[in-house]
Design a binder for this molecule. Sequence first.
Ligand SMILES: Nc1ncnc2c1ncn2[C@@H]1O[C@H](COP(=O)(O)OP(=O)(O)OP(=O)(O)O)[C@@H](O)[C@H]1O
Ligand SMILES: [Mg+2]
Length: 422
Amino acid sequence: MGSFLRSFFRTLSFFGRVFLHVHSQKTPPNLVHQQLGGDVEVKRNAVEFRNVTKSYGDNVVIDNLNLSIPQGNIVVLVGPSGCGKTTTMKMINRLIESTSGEVRVFNQDIQAQNSAELRRRIGYVIQQIGLFPHMTIAENISLVPRLTDGKKGHDLTKIDQLLELVGLDAASYRDRYPAELSGGQQQRVGVARALMANPPIILMDEPFSALDPITREQLQDELIRLNQELHKTIVFVTHDMDEALKIADELIIMQGGQVIQQGTPDHILRHPVNDFVRGFIGEKRLAAKPALTVADVMLLQPVKMSRYKGLAEAVQTMQRKRVTAILVADQDGRYHGIADTADIYKRYSEESKTLADVMRTDAPTLRPETPLWDAITLVQDAPYGHVPVVSGEGKLVGIVTRACLVDVLSKPYLEEAAASGE
Ligand SMILES: Nc1ncnc2c1ncn2[C@@H]1O[C@H](COP(=O)(O)OP(=O)(O)OP(=O)(O)O)[C@@H](O)[C@H]1O
Ligand SMILES: [Mg+2]
């Protein structure tokens, strides 16, 4: 690692701590080991491919694939379009049959199994989740159990639990129709439906790629949280490296129907096996590194309100948007100050007070063009962990939080370390 970066990270201990915290939240993959008969240690795999080939005529699309998917992890298949990700995934639930070789699920050859039974143990979520428009959300979720168990499959308690689990208020959503939900909410229902039969394995093929970036981030966070609770084996396909690095316990990089590299995101960032992997994970971020400014990392739509708004309204907005601090700006964007819940509650009983009376006007701000390196300490010490970004004309243009620094900075750091082989 370059000496500049080394000293940079030594001085910024907060960053290291936060970074470690973020990464230690994930269960390290390959740690699911089982002692069998004393000396023999066998890794438990949910899915294994042994010399699997898939051809369409002369066209070999999966070429002698060997792959192990450890149990209880989020395993992400990533690679360019057409490299065989979907084909690989569909061979796990036999939506596609392999041409030769063996696919094993929980150590049993799936070829020898009834495919309908196999699929009941494997949830499936795709990009166009295919909710039925004339069925309510509850009916969509219970579709498969109703097909097999009749009315008994429509277990309302379970449906409500699943809706809550995926972050939807059961009472307000269960009786709606799909058209009455946003794309992100529909995708959550798709996840709930896949969980309904409580399968140990869930396949997800680009499930979030049609969503806007903010909803997508939220669903990625939800998925990580959900799996810390449920410990399912999730096989997730994407061609977005940012998404892959964020959610994967284990990454599998594919190219031309073959696995090029498999390992933890950390390992792959440190030790990419070849230029293809290096290019696939690195180019964009390496190119962005030399001139990072505050504008490159700030969040563009901070939660803001006019200074004439009353305190009850401010609290309500903060609850709805799930923020602990609110920025105060005019309709024309002019920045005035920042207030957090403590500032507001101190004066809350005084009904005539507005944000103008409680906001801090002396909290530090940043300019968008400020180099990121110069902004770090300020963000570290900022009273709310948030620093408003204000233009030369005094307009509020964004906000920088500790979390978004961690997000952006951790990647070039890892790449630098990887490139120097540390
Ligand atoms: N039914 C089929 N007949 C012939 N070739 C097919 C068929 N299905 C897929 N292929 C080919 O197999 C290769 C792998 O396809 P696959 O759908 O697995 O790619 P992918 O990695 O999921 O791509 P994407 O990121 O675009 O979804 C592609 O070259 C595709 O053209
Ligand atoms: Mg695909």
